[in-house]
Design a protein around this ligand. Structure first.
Ligand SMILES: CC(C)(COP(=O)(O)OP(=O)(O)OC[C@H]1O[C@@H](n2cnc3c(N)ncnc32)[C@H](O)[C@@H]1OP(=O)(O)O)[C@@H](O)C(=O)NCCC(=O)NCCS
Length: 184
């Protein structure tokens, strides 16, 4: 499977919300929250497309990385059910981590539901470590959040280049979420 990644636009909102609502039944972000994310100057969102069917959005992921702070947050990541397990999530994460590095982030944070072993395993594989637990963070389910951190500097030279253009993504990647405390 060849994936193309490109910068998300406001025109992708319908497709992104369809995936958001299908993937996060109890704690999906609202359309307005997602629109703010897509248009926020300190956010960086990507969509993932199947190169053979580039009209359909198969996944998306977003980063919040205020310049000059040294910190970044993986806001969210989702891959359509039919496209999971084919490398898109890893590629989306890799590109977000590259972008964080290019914006000068030294640490990247995310939160993941304690009942999501697939996402947690992916983040561990990418080099994130568990640093805290927020009890009953995800409501209404009352599920704990695991807070994870990646040291970008120690992760080193693999994080090079940026991710503006379409085309298959780099070799690393993953996802989670943080700021608004929703999708992950
Ligand atoms: C988490 C998610 C984004 C991963 O995306 P994906 O495209 O399926 O992931 P990839 O195919 O790139 O797989 C990456 C790694 O995840 C793990 N993984 C993927 N599918 C898995 C499965 N069914 N069982 C166990 N591990 C799995 C593996 O470690 C895999 O690494 P590998 O390819 O070296 O084996 C996707 O499962 C998803 O959208 N889930 C629903 C929404 C969600 O939970 N988002 C995360 C919120 S924190």
């Amino acid at each position: 499977m060849t994936w193309q990644l490109r910068r998300a636009q406001e025109g992708d909102l319908d497709a992104i919300m369809a995936l958001e609502e299908a993937s996060f039944e109890s704690d999906a972000w609202s359309r307005e929250s997602m629109r703010r994310e897509l248009t926020h100057p300190e956010c960086y969102y990507l969509v993932g497309l199947d190169a053979e069917h580039p009209d359909a959005v198969e996944g998306y992921a977003g980063l919040l990385c205020p310049r000059g702070t040294g910190d970044a947050d993986i806001q969210t990541i989702t891959v359509s059910e039919s496209s999971r397990g084919k490398g898109l999530g890893r590629q989306l994460m890799g590109r977000l981590l590259e972008e964080a590095a290019s914006r000068g982030a030294r640490k990247v944070f995310l939160e993941v539901r304690a009942d999501n072993p697939v996402a947690h395993g992916l983040y561990l594989d990418l080099g994130f470590t568990d640093i805290a637990v927020r009890p009953r963070y995800y409501q209404p389910d009352g599920v704990d959040a695991i807070v994870m951190q990646l040291d970008v500097v120690r992760r080193g030279t693999a994080l090079t280049g940026s991710a503006e253009s379409a085309g298959s993504a780099g070799p690393t990647g993953s996802a989670g979420s943080a700021a608004e405390g929703a999708s992950s």
